[in-house]
Design a protein around this ligand. Sequence first.
Ligand code: HEC
Length: 273
Amino acid sequence: MNRIIAAIVLGLLPLATLGAGGGVTPMSANNNLEDNTSLQRGAKVFVNFCMGCHSMGYMRYSRMADDIGLERDLVAQHLMFTTEKIGDPMKIAMRVDDASGWFGVAPPDLSVIARARGVDWLYTYLTTFYADPDPARPFGVNNVMFPDVGMPHVLWPLQGVQSYIKAERPANTVSEQVVRIESDESGFALSTSVTTKDGETAHVTDRLEVTVPGSMTPAEYRKTVRDLVNFLDYAGEPVKLLRFQIGFWALLLLAVFAVAARLLYKEYWRDVH
Ligand code: HEC
């Protein structure tokens, strides 16, 4: 028995270490793959705001339409800007070498980004762009999850522009690291651990706040990003939708079978003493 428990614990260990590291703990995306209207809204945002630069080469328009409950005709009319055939993959026209020239690094294909980065990372990344006046920043923005990112804040018309409001910290601070992010009504609180020259650590709470408003309130924007991340999650593994359903029935079958097996067992052994 002890060995079984040890095996289970050891088996789970990699999960715990996966979650650690990287410094910042991302916020939870809380997305729901079973919410079709959320997936549809997310697809719309993706096509309108992301496909200028990112492709989704493993996904076909037709498959997306069928999976998330959109009419193929409507997708063709409203969501296909870069191609004409509904069966085409969601590719874009930008060439990789052009893109590398413009951005320093080519925007990656986002087909499986949710599996590579995780939904929580994506949600936090897309909500924590902030204005950075440093002339070295090509687009005037930076990002909490992805410091010195090469991507502009393309969703700023919706979110507006956030400022990084620093709390007072010890004068002799030499390094600092955001450890946790939490959203609230007016923006995000960033719990930051700072280290001073004498090697002491202290905790301060900085803030991200919208100082140039966009078309959405902070809460509406977070919801929009949740939809977008939901769509990226679906795209990374389209069969997930089906797998959840199959999984449910498979477990139910096993449960019913276990009861039957138990009854049968009792029946067989009733007369054996
Ligand atoms: C103007 C072009 C452009 C647009 C539009 C754009 N991106 Fe990007 N994106 C980039 C570039 C360039 C990078 C590479 C940044 C780097 O590695 O420093 C990037 C990187 C990313 C990454 C990080 C990939 C990784 O793990 O390294 C994600 C996630 C991402 N983009 C998501 C999005 C989403 C979602 C949208 C739509 C809301 C979007 N992008 C719109 C240019 C763009």
